[in-house]
Design a protein around this ligand. Structure first.
Ligand code: UD1
Ligand code: CA
Length: 459
């Protein structure tokens, strides 16, 4: 269910598209359904339906899975009405697992337990004990057996004292669900079709209703406000950090790490404070990541070091940093950057769509774009590849053992022959021969005894 409005987010964006750990809330929920091996995922949309459907479909395409079946609920007349819209999509022989698009941290194992409790014959509700149950539907029991869920607004004072509440998750055999949904009405305090009324209908039919307790609050906490979103983000990050620590990763401070995707680490990895990892990141054995690095889609090989404030912006193909390479501080590796072993990239160096072979170095203030850089090349401070002529990109090839001086412009397409030297301040527009020294700048003129002009009237 993802049709609700989310007024308290105070946002133009539909609530379920707000992000937690880099994924939309609704993506967390559909991903969990996917993990369970759901035969079909049906997404009920309403508020911002088009935007939600477009975002979900686009992500499914990018990941190469099938998109959910979208069902529109317009207008939104309650949770029961939401599920009624999905009925034509439910085969008679299955089990419906009802999830909330704004409760992102539900664990697949919890859902599995709920489906198991249903067993194709029972109505299984996921419940939780709440110290302050205000606002929630209360689970009403009679002699231990669940007999109803009463919404807060409809509950008597005695019922409001019940602290066992419904979480919004249930598993029901489809055939029974359809029968009970058909009996819902909206004669209640909110004038809505409550999904929770199916419990009363199940009991009336003599069907068994079971409540499965979820001891872990975070899994069933919903997002209704920016504060709740931030709290759940922290809870998620804290758990993720704990799992990394348990796997042997040394985090300088588990409270100051954000992983928005999948971070895989080898042995003896150290991560300093304030780092953000996005997409798929792999850190090999012994990798050290300095403070305040941002790393997206990258494979960092064993023994490499990312010094402070390094920014890596890999696309789906991923940036590669070779074994023992040193990057940063303040380096930027953009899509297509491939650094070989022992490469050094220093401060304020930008690398885009370029391959650097073993031992190549660009230590200061430089740009390498669309370049192929050979082994042991030394690329001087302030040098750039002029790879763009205003219409097309061209490649620069710098062969092995070349020394490019400071402040050079290599105008692509151009090739610098192996072992050659480019004098500082040169603008190179033509290929150079192996071993050659190339200098392309105004010759120096020195005028002996030059007297500088003076201001008039000043002795
Ligand atoms: C619901 C339950 C309540 C439970 C609580 C747990 C009902 C009647 N009540 O209450 O027992 O304790 O969740 O959080 O089900 N939605 C739609 N269409 C609608 C209305 C809601 O798709 O017409 C979606 C919302 O987007 C949301 C979910 O259903 O994802 C729950 O809706 P919400 O309004 O939060 O339900 P509550 O009133 O909090
Ligand atoms: Ca709610």
């Amino acid at each position: 269910m993802a049709a609700g409005k989310g007024t308290r987010m105070k946002s133009n964006r539909p609530k379920v598209l707000h992000r937690l750990a880099g994924r939309a809330l609704v993506d967390h929920v559909t991903d969990s359904a996917q993990v369970l091996g759901a035969r079909r995922i049906v997404l009920v949309t309403g508020h911002g339906a088009q935007q939600v459907e477009d975002a979900v479909a686009q992500r499914a395409r990018a990941l190469g899975h099938a998109a959910p079946v979208f069902v529109r609920q317009e207008p939104q007349l309650g949770t029961g009405h939401a599920v009624q819209q999905a009925v034509p999509q439910l085969p008679d022989d299955g089990i419906a697992l009802i999830l909330n698009g704004d409760v992102p941290l539900i664990a697949p194992a919890t859902l599995q337990a709920l489906v198991q409790a249903c067993g194709g014959v029972r109505l299984a509700l996921l419940s939780v004990r709440m110290p302050d149950p205000t606002g929630y539907g209360r689970i009403v029991r009679d002699g231990g057996r669940v007999v109803a869920i009463v919404e807060h607004k409809d509950a008597s004072d005695a019922q409001r004292r019940i602290d066992e509440v419904y979480t919004g998750f249930m598993a029901v055999p489809n055939a029974l669900l359809k029968r009970w949904l058909a009996r819902l009405d909206n004669r209640n305090a909110q004038g809505e079709y409550y999904l929770t009324d199916v419990v009363g209908h199940a009991v009336a039919d003599g069907a068994e209703v079971v409540a499965v307790d979820c001891p872990d609050r975070v899994q069933v906490d919903g997002v209704n406000s920016p504060l709740q979103l931030a709290e759940l983000e922290r809870a998620f990050q804290r758990r993720n950090a704990r799992a990394l620590l348990e796997a042997g990763v040394r985090l300088a401070d588990p409270e100051r790490l954000d992983v928005r995707g999948a971070l895989r680490c080898g042995q003896d990895v150290e991560i300093d404070v304030g780092c953000v990892f996005e997409g798929e990141v792999v850190l090999g054995d012994g990798v050290r990541v300095g403070p305040y690095c941002v790393v997206r889609n990258a494979r960092i090989a064993a023994g490499a070091v990312l010094h402070a404030y390094t920014v890596i912006e890999g696309d789906a193909a991923g940036v590669e940093v070779g074994e023992g390479a040193l990057v940063g501080p303040f380096a930027r590796l953009r899509p297509g950057a491939k650094l070989g072993a022992e490469v050094h990239i220093g401060n304020f160096v930008e690398v885009k769509n370029s391959t650097l072979a073993r031992g190549a170095k660009a230590n200061h203030l430089a740009y390498l774009g669309d370049a192929e850089v050979g082994e042991r090349v030394n690329y001087g401070a302030g040098s750039i590849t002029a790879n763009y002529d205003g219409a097309n990109k061209h490649r620069t090839v710098i062969e092995a053992d070349v020394h490019v001086g400071s402040n050079c412009v290599l105008v692509a397409p151009v090739r610098i022959g192996a072992g050659g030297t480019v004098g500082g301040g040169s603008t190179i527009t033509k290929d150079t021969a192996p071993g050659a020294l190339s200098v392309a700048r105004g010759k120096q003129v020195s005028i002996a005894g030059w007297t500088r002009p003076r201001k008039a009237g000043k002795g």
